[in-house]
Design a protein around this ligand. Structure first.
Ligand code: HAM
Length: 418
């Protein structure tokens, strides 16, 4: 039997209505903040991610779907959207044309991770990137956008965790102090952590291993190594969040898993989804454009995992919520009613109504059953009688009310009870 690829899933039925509602939220709230949608190809040159995300990161080191195509080029299925957005902004000189470029996306992404609930090999992110501003107002803007989207999806069981990685200079000083400390405790730590001391020491800080955690508890703190500008930037972001009434907790060991970050980093986390507790994350990534050969463009953004947003909304609401309902189901009685019923259906569809007709030549009884199954708001019955009079009998399914109206008045009757 044919099957989906492991870690990849079909989205349909009651779940798809939840996706549509979420996608409407993404569109309207992004627009309210002045963000424009941007779409990039699913495939990029592999070196975009190697340079942008970093060779030593899990994403590039272990999780990318990479292959050589028929022209001999190494291509990768995109594992995230920030590097592609930066690539596109450089390619189209977007930032030179508009000093602040605000973009959002809803994209399918691919990471070869071990699948479990809330973690897939094909997943989707909604995200936004604010390109061109070094100021804390931009950091706060993207956090507020993410926060408003999560709230509008209807979620309550989440919290915002925030930290600063400081400037590249202050991080270099800190990195040296951290490596000295970790080397002194090397033998007490996991193999993974020992390897990371040499490749990506900051990542040791968010290790989940109990032995590592014990060592990390007394490790030097990045906060004590921040220069004045970095501290001022972080405090300004926090003050903007306070002013906007967005609650947060400072998580001093959060470093995030990608190399391009500096200054503000943040995550939206939940306790309601088991181990996959991050519903989204982001931060400032001023170094990225230069890493891709695009000059100096400060930028900040975030991505939310759509599957996790929707899983959490399912948990919180106790289900996927209402599936879409057709406005009208036209039941035909007898052969002659079929063509006129089809014409009425087309007229109403072109007026913006969702209308279902029978294409199985079924009995009136099984058409009624089908109308119930798809939960049509109204049912119209057209038979020889109605045809002669130029009318239909309309039944409002929730109340059971029935009324006979001329063909020309179906739309106004539907509109009278939305
Ligand atoms: P990330 O933390 O790698 O950040 O991913 C963001 C979110 O995507 C995660 O919090 C999670 O909800 C979702 N996610 C990641 N991997 C999976 C998976 N295998 N299955 C399901 N959901 C997943 C980024 O991708 C950065 N580009 C965020 C960013 C934007 N930073 C600046 N701008």
């Amino acid at each position: 039997m044919a099957q989906t690829v492991r870690g990849m899933r079909d989205i349909f039925g009651a779940e798809i209505a939840a996706w549509h509602r979420a996608e409407e939220v993404f569109r309207t709230i992004s627009a309210a903040f002045g963000y424009e949608e941007f779409r990039t190809p699913i495939l990029e040159h592999s070196d975009l991610f190697q340079r942008g995300i970093g060779q030593e990161t899990d994403i590039v080191g272990k999780e990318m779907y990479t292959f050589v195509d028929r022209s001999g080029d190494s291509l990768s299925l995109r594992p995230e959207m920030t590097a592609p957005i930066a690539r596109a902004a450089i390619e189209h000189t977007l930032v030179r044309h508009t000093p602040v470029t605000r973009l959002w996306y809803n994209a399918a992404l691919f990471r070869h991770e071990r699948p479990q609930k809330g973690r897939y090999r094909q997943f989707h992110q909604y995200g936004a990137e604010c390109l061109g501003s070094p100021w804390p107002e931009a950091d706060a803007e993207v956090i507020l956008l993410a926060y408003d989207v999560i709230k509008a999806i209807g979620l309550t069981q989440f919290r915002l965790e925030i930290n600063t990685l400081g400037s590249a200079e202050s991080r270099a000083v800190y990195r040296a102090a951290l490596v000295d400390y970790l080397n002194a405790h090397r033998s007490e730590m996991s193999g993974d952590a020992q390897r990371r001391i040499d490749t990506n020491p900051l990542r040791v800080l968010d290790s989940k291993d109990e032995h590592d955690k014990a060592v990390i508890a007394n490790a030097p703190r990045l906060r004590d190594h921040l220069d004045e500008t970095s501290t001022a930037h972080f405090n300004a972001v926090l003050a903007l969040l306070d002013a906007a009434g967005v609650p947060y907790t400072i998580n001093p060991v959060m470093v995030r898993g990608l190399d391009y970050y500096c200054h503000t980093v943040f995550e939206f986390v939940t306790d309601a989804l088991g181990t996959q507790n991050a519903i989204g994350g982001g931060g400032r990534y001023d170094p990225l454009f230069a890493m891709l050969g695009g000059g100096d463009t400060p930028a900040v953004g975030f991505s939310l995992g759509i599957e996790r947003l929707l899983l959490l909304s399912e948990v919180e609401a106790g289900g996927w919520g209402e599936a879409a309902r057709p406005d009208l189901y036209i039941v035909t009685m007898g052969d002659t009613a079929r063509v006129p019923a089809g014409l009425i259906a087309m007229r109403l569809r072109r007026a913006g109504r969702t209308v279902v007709t029978d294409v199985l030549r079924r009995s009136v009884k099984s058409q009624m059953k089908d109308a119930n199954r798809v939960r049509a708001r109204w049912v119209a019955v057209i038979g020889d009688d109605e045809l002669q009079k130029g009318t239909v009998s309309l039944k409002h399914m929730d109340s059971g009310d029935q009324i006979e109206v001329p063909h020309t008045e179906i739309e106004t009757t539907l509109a009278s009870r939305e």
